[in-house]
Structure formats: C-alpha cells, structure tokens
Ligand binder design. Sequence first.
Ligand code: NAD
Length: 478
Amino acid sequence: MTVNSILIAGTWRGSAGGQSLPVVDPSTGDPFGHIARGTAADVHAAVAAARRALSADWGRLSAMERGRVLTRLGTRILEEADRLAELEARDVGKPLRQARADVVACARYCEYYGGAADKVHGETIPYQDGYTVLTWREPHGVSGHIIPWNYPLQIIGRSVVAALAMGNACVLKPGEDASMTALAIARLAQEAGLPEGALNLVTGLGEEAGAALAAHPDIDHLSFTGSRDVGTMVQAAAAASIVPVTLELGGKSPQIVFADADIEAALPFLVNAAVQNAGQTCSAGSRLLVEETLHEALVDRVAERFNALVVGPAERDLDVGPLIHAGQKARVERFLARAEADRLPIRAQGTLAPDLPPGGHYVVPTLIDCVPPDHPLAQEEVFGPVLAVIPFRDEAEAVALANATAYGLVSAVWTRDGGRALRLARALNSGQIFINTYGAGGGVELPFGGMKRSGHGREKGFEALYGFSQLKTVAIRH
Ligand code: NAD
C-alpha cells in the first residue's frame, strides 16, 4: 500500500520500497492508519534534498526571516491545538490534558527559537598587535534527527525547531510507534512558509530508516533521543564519518526527600514525576530517596495518592494512560514480577477504569518500598508507572545512592535547608537539578541533557543553539 508520509524537498510521497506500517492506538490496540516504511533510498533522497536546500531558498534566508517562519509555525500549532492534542493522545496513548500540554510546549519552542534565531552573536577576541579576531556561529549543515515515540511534539520542538533556527536543513526520522504529529507539524511548517528541503521527514523502522540516517556519510550533525542501547549504535555509526552526535538517552532520576522538607508541596511532584505519560518519560522521577526518620510517614502519604490513580484510555483523560505497545507492557510486568519474586513490599497500586478496551496496554501504577540499591528496580529504566522507594540515613548516603546508577539525567532535592540544597546541587551527577520542585525535563528555556550514560550535549534553552551550530574563528591581520 502506498502511503504518502515521506516528505522530501517539499513533496509528500510513499516509500521507495512501496511498503507501509500500521499505526496503532495504544488505548485499544486497534490500527487507525498507516505510515510509509521508509528505506535507505528514501533517507538518501531526504539527505540530498536537505543538502540542496542549504544553497537554495532556505540557505538564503536571513536569521530574522528564519525566526519569522518558526514564529508563524508556533501560531499555526496553537490554532490547531485541539486537533493536534487529539492526534497525539490517540497515537501515544497519553491522557488528553498531557497531550494538550505537549502541543503548547511545541508551540512555545517555536516562539522561543523563532525569537532567538537572530540573537546568536559572535565575539571579538583580544590578540596580537595588528590583528582583529572575531568568531561567529554557522549551522552544521544537514542535521539528522532520530526521535522516540514518547513525546514526539515536545522533542520535535526542542531538536528540529532549534536546529532550523540556526539555519540547518533537517531530516527527521520519528519513532515508528508514534509518527502522526510529526507529519502534522511538517504540514503546518509548509503552510507557515518553511522553504522546501529545510525539513524532510522519513517515517519507518529504526533498523532501516533510522540506521540509514545515522550512518549516512553526507550528514553533518545528528541529534538522537532514545534508548541507551540504540544511542550507542547510532554514535558508533556516525563516528565512521566523524559526525558530531547529541545523545539524549534514558535516566533513573532520584527525588531526594529530607525530613525537614515541605511534604505537602512535594507530594504531587513525587507522584506525578513517576507516573506522567505512564512513566514513559526519560526524566521520570523513578526513585524516591527518603530520609529514614520520614520514611514511614512519607510512604503512607505517597501510597494514598498511588491508590487513588485510575488508568484508562487516553480520550477519557484519567490519571494514567496505556503503555505504548504490548512489548513495553511485558517489560514493565517483568519488573513487577521480579519485585514480587524478591518479596519487595508493594505499598500501593492504582486501579484500572471499568470497561477498558481489551486490546489496550494497561498497567497499574505501583509503589514499591525498601528497594535494595543494587536491585534492577533501583538501577534500570523501567519506563512504566513504577516508583521505587529507597531509605537513606544522612546527607552523605543520600548523595551516594543518588549517584549510584549508570544514568545522570535529572535529580530533585526536597529540603528547607538552603545550604544542604546547594551542597547537593554540586554533588549530584545529573544534567538538571531541581530544588523543592521537579520539572520532568524542565521548561523550554532550561538547558537539558545527560551526564554519564544519559548522554551528552544539551538541548532546550539558548544552549541548544550552540549545539546546533559550529564556531568559526576569523583572524584578520592589518
Ligand atoms: P529507541 O532507542 O528504541 O528508539 C528511538 C528512535 O531510534 C526511534 O525513532 C527508533 O526508530 C530509532 N532506532 C531504533 N533502532 C535504530 C537503529 N538501529 N539505528 C538508528 N535508529 C534506530 O527508544 P524508544 O523506545 O523509542 O524511546 C524510549 C527511550 O528514549 C527511553 O530510553 C527514554 O529514556 C529515551 N528518551 C530520552 C529522552 C531524553 O531527552 N533524554 C527523551 C525521551 C526519551
């Protein structure tokens, strides 16, 4: 079946191989459309179109004009907010209000980077007598973007939109399990006046279209958001052509609660950061580290909230939606079975809404107490609505436990002691630290990215514009 979900040089077309993939609603398990199964030949054509765009209309736009196009895109996204939110909710399985928040965030990225496009300045550098030395930033050129299924709208905003703001021409490979809003955004970008070839899009499988993009010898930069295993392969593939890679990978992010914390303020964040998007969030706060003296009291309060969580289809807009597919559900259930086999205390579980569609991939949110620090539940990314509680004795142990995983994406500290908050902010190995709040990735304006195996490079905020450009130094002797 020919499905025209591949955008190359401004034209929508089917895959060179003529094959397609079903689009499945995680809330029901039912297919509701198809996408093209892009091949290496499609990726090659997309990269070539992006290369041409750099010396055509797109490459000739001034920074101010690029910014205007992106700002118009943000306006169009907000005008279409309801439709986009329904599509994202259906495709990813996230409750409608979360999908709406993602639409607004995507528009905000367009506003932010639209406004920032003409504000990236160079420097003049004091050098030897008789010289003037200056620097400026240039786009990498052709920028590849491989993104996952869990937050398509938000990740397009922070990676593709920032790369376009700097004048790169992009090739986007969305996640095969949730590509629909990527297609919608690309169409809106065309309406907003984005010149042809500035954004090319190839739907398809990771091991086919994704692998072809990562290994393509004519890309200049690659932004990968996804799992650690695939990120490792992608970086190795890009290394063959010395292509710089931004890696936004997984996490096992701790929320550290001291006995002096404002518990009422913390509670909603402790729960939401663990179950938002059914826990399928790179920056999910999936470990709750709690000071021993507060342990019982805090876990009781968190348990009340977990017990009250209701799981159901995205369109019913309950607390938690389904997982993305059967494989993800099986993965989460394996972790829960392991917890049971190891007799870890299950302190609370949410409930399934009545009359669930039988084909949906539902798992109840689960709060597990006293998880040993070396247990898989304390070390590995579950990517489901599961919160592991780990008690600690004192500040030193809290830091040691927080840092004792391979990951380093986000951490939170809850305390009324300002000195302690700052000491921990220094001591914790993660790219973002929240004090008395939790951002689950934070706002559009806040640089975001990992330490250790959570990846390298920063997206979001102004910092992303440096990552999506390269510095040139010009030394003038006079
Ligand atoms: P994934 O790694 O399986 O897939 C991510 C993307 O890579 C998809 O588009 C997929 O098609 C593609 N891909 C798969 N195999 C490939 C290959 N061999 N070569 C090139 N591309 C390939 O991840 P996922 O399951 O879609 O997403 C979940 C993961 O993403 C989690 O680990 C999560 O923590 C991570 N994530 C990280 C961030 C962040 O900002 N740090 C944000 C969201 C998700």
